[in-house]
Design a protein. Structure first.
Length: 288
């Protein structure tokens, strides 16, 4: 019964590498997604995932498919877009979401243009959709390092970050931690998108960050519960997606994200916290 699950990972080293990479992504990205959701910044994560593309493309232009060059370029581009969007929002009538949308559209077009002009369609697909099954040791070290740093920093800023989610005005008035916390959180968002980019590409890296987070909302209420459910959901989708990809011979990254989406739809219907099916059931008089 368990042999079809374990056999691909026992037999093939690339499947084991993919599993370890997905486990690291599942530990680091979903907690960031939970805070993006709580802060009503989910679409910002999507915008930022596209914003790293021109930096990764410039790294590719200078050094080819170099892990270090593309990761460094993606991080620099993502952070620059986040800071520029915030600066525009504070200096003009545009709100931060509108300025982010403008920057991310320009970034996406520029990145695709750079890769298309200099590389092949295979290179473009590699950048946009990632190659989970081609993760090497260097990529695994990078993903694991980013996950470790992300969890450590998140532990340090956890309390002000939670407070900022629910009462940002109080945090600004009572502490000087509001701006540093926001900046550090933006850095974590960009770092985890760069990490996901190595496996899932720029277009889908945000999927493993946000879909498990919104799935968790239908199963837990407190922040720690949301994080645990999101991490578990991401890893279950990753494991299942790898197996589906292996046996059905379909692209691995899209399979993982699609299973995250299926988990979300199931939770939307059957989740114990405000799932649609539970909402249709009759309740006792005066029951909340």
């Amino acid at each position: 019964m368990i042999d079809p699950v374990t056999q691909p990972f026992v037999e093939f080293a690339f499947m084991r590498r993919a599993l370890v990479g997905c486990l690291a992504l599942s530990l680091g990205a979903p907690p960031i997604g939970v805070f993006l959701m709580l802060r009503r910044m989910s679409l910002m994560g999507d915008a930022m995932s596209h914003a790293i593309l021109p930096g990764a493309a410039i790294g590719y232009l200078l050094a080819g498919l170099s892990l270090f060059a593309m990761s460094l370029g993606g991080f620099a581009a993502g952070l620059a877009v986040a800071l520029a969007a915030g600066l525009v929002a504070r200096s003009t009538v545009l709100r931060e979401d509108a300025s982010l949308a403008a920057f991310y559209l320009v970034s996406l077009a520029l990145g695709v243009l750079i890769v298309s002009v200099r590389g092949s369609n295979v290179d473009l697909l590699h950048v946009l959709f990632g190659t989970v099954l081609a993760l090497d040791d260097a990529a695994l070290y990078l993903v694991a390092s980013i996950t470790t740093v992300s969890l450590a920093v998140l532990a340090v800023i956890y309390r002000p970050l939670v407070l900022e989610c629910f009462d940002p005005h109080f945090l600004r008035s009572a502490s000087a931690l509001s701006s540093p916390t926001h900046l550090m959180f933006l850095v974590l968002v960009v770092l985890n998108l760069v990490s996901g980019f190595q496996a899932l590409g720029t277009l889908m890296a945000v999927g493993i960050m946000l879909l498990p987070a919104v799935t968790a909302r239908f199963w837990a209420e407190d922040v720690s519960g949301l994080i645990l459910v999101a991490v578990g959901s991401a890893f279950a989708a990753s494991l299942t997606g790898l197996l589906v990809s292996y046996y059905a011979n379909v692209p691995t990254g899209p399979a993982i994200i699609l299973l995250c989406g299926i988990s979300y739809l199931f939770s939307l219907l059957f989740g114990l916290k405000s799932g649609l099916i539970w909402g249709l059931l009759p309740r006792k008089h005066l029951e909340a």
